[in-house]
Design a protein. Structure first.
Length: 180
């Protein structure tokens, strides 16, 4: 037997009478990673754009040139002292120091700044052992008071000029507030 041609198709004859089994064709699968990568980058950009980035909390401080002494009127001086236990004391001019709560400090700063028509100088004297957070809390209260002070002075036609100093607490200061 030979090869027969039926309508242009060639058919091979079986050899030895055995029919060869046709190998099973393996099914190959192909996983397309493109959509997965697209989704991953979309999620990444979404979270990058929607999350709030942590900005460092920096307090701006302007340091004046060094001077040995500055003449100040005692009547225009508000002294705030923070004892090592965190308690805050204030005095105006040469008055005796008095304890004050942080919630009352804001109204005191507003009242005295407006009363003295922007001539009040605030001096903050923290004890060397006072917790850093307590000093920041006092500074935050004074910063909140600035909004009200500026508004009230603007109504009177004055521009706000902030006068503030940070000074070390002396032994005399510690003695004045020791028994309070």
């Amino acid at each position: 037997m030979g090869v027969a041609d039926f309508g242009g198709e060639a058919k091979r004859e079986r050899r030895g009478g055995k029919r060869r089994r046709k190998k099973m064709r393996r099914l190959r699968y192909r996983l397309d990673m493109t959509p997965l990568v697209d989704i991953a980058f979309l999620l990444l950009t979404f979270f990058m754009l929607t999350t709030t980035l942590v900005t460092p909390q920096v307090m701006e401080m302007t340091i004046p040139p060094e001077r040995t002494q500055v003449e100040v009127r005692q009547s225009e001086l508000l002294t705030l002292r923070i004892r090592s236990d965190g308690k805050v004391f204030y005095n105006l001019g040469t008055d005796a120091p008095q304890a004050i709560a942080l919630k009352d400090l804001e109204s005191l700063a507003v009242r005295e700044n407006v009363r003295l028509k922007n001539r009040l100088i605030t001096v903050l004297k923290p004890s060397p052992n006072v917790p850093y957070g307590r000093v920041i809390a006092v500074l935050d209260v004074l910063n909140r008071a600035e909004v009200q002070i500026s508004e009230q002075l603007a109504r009177e036609g004055l521009k706000r000029e902030r006068r503030f100093a940070l000074a070390p607490m002396t032994e005399q200061d510690e003695q004045e507030i020791a028994g309070l």
